[in-house]
Design a binder for this molecule. Sequence first.
Ligand code: SF4
Length: 367
Amino acid sequence: MKGHGTLEAVPDELSAADILRFLQTDDPAVIAHLYRTADRIRAEYVGDEIHIRALLNISNYCIRNCCYCGLRRDNRELVRYRMTADEIVAAARRAAAQGYRTIVLQSGEDPFFTEEIVCDIIAQIRSSCDIVITLSLGERNYQTLMRWFQEGARRYLLKYETSDPTLYQAIHPDMQFQDRIRMLENLKEIGYQTGTGIIVGLPGQTYASVADDILLFHKFDADMIACGPFIYNPKTPLCQTTPDRQRYIQPDAVSVYKVIALARIMTRDTLIPATTALRMITPRDGVRMAFQAGANVIMHNVTPQPYAALYEIYPQQAGVDQFPTREAFVSFLESATGRTVSHGYGDRRAVVEGKRRHPERQHVARP
Ligand code: SF4
């Protein structure tokens, strides 16, 4: 890169120093140029279509204790629920009938959903409707992930939240950063389209560590990248923010738009959503802005009530998806962004074309 703000000839890779400068700048002209560059690359590499994923939150039980999350096991105030297999399959069929081509089955890390139970759910969905299954069920062993893939699941989401091992350890008391990276590598090796992501503005998170997060997206060749702001949940132990704006990135919308834009520039054809957490802090124009900064995917919560209101990672999440049908959501998206919603499965281009990189493992081989 020639200098601060000159991205006319965007190199294949921005350096950590380049990324850091964009994360730290307050100059509106530089920020606008960053978004325009990301938007141009998005148009060139993934086109104008928006992909909608149906999101089904199947359980809010969790054995983990992440310090920022309302589903953590020590939150005794949360009313817990778990959908039955029949409810899950019926919801997937409804989603497919409405025109969704992907369903994301998401939960806290809930051991009730064993290898066998999830295999059965995948098989029932696959045999009765035309919809791609994405799983987001936390850390699982290699054999289980392989069985679910063989049964027909094709994508898996597992955010690493931060690539700073010290910060990771501080906010995930019973988890290891290396385990997370190893599982991401396992997912790619098995053949999953593998999504990861970060939280932006965690207390104690420096600009430099977010620059490293973005470099890791590229190095790992992630198929999907989700970036949302840290939202304080008073039912969790993590404090609100770190006030030193010079050193620590803040959990505001502009920080997230910048990360989306930089992730787009670095990874080119990756699927990048306008996340639910981002929409929480920017209910008016967050969707439009995220799609102008490089995003091309969005999730629509199809979890039935009373469950939807209980999946409370942070407060009031249930209020975001106020569109009763896919049709209403499509209409909102198309008028907010001026783009069209895809009728396809929304696979990553590099996967469809067989050009996905398989970076060498950074860690010990699979268990
Ligand atoms: S972030 Fe995920 S694993 Fe951690 S407590 Fe929340 S639901 Fe559980």
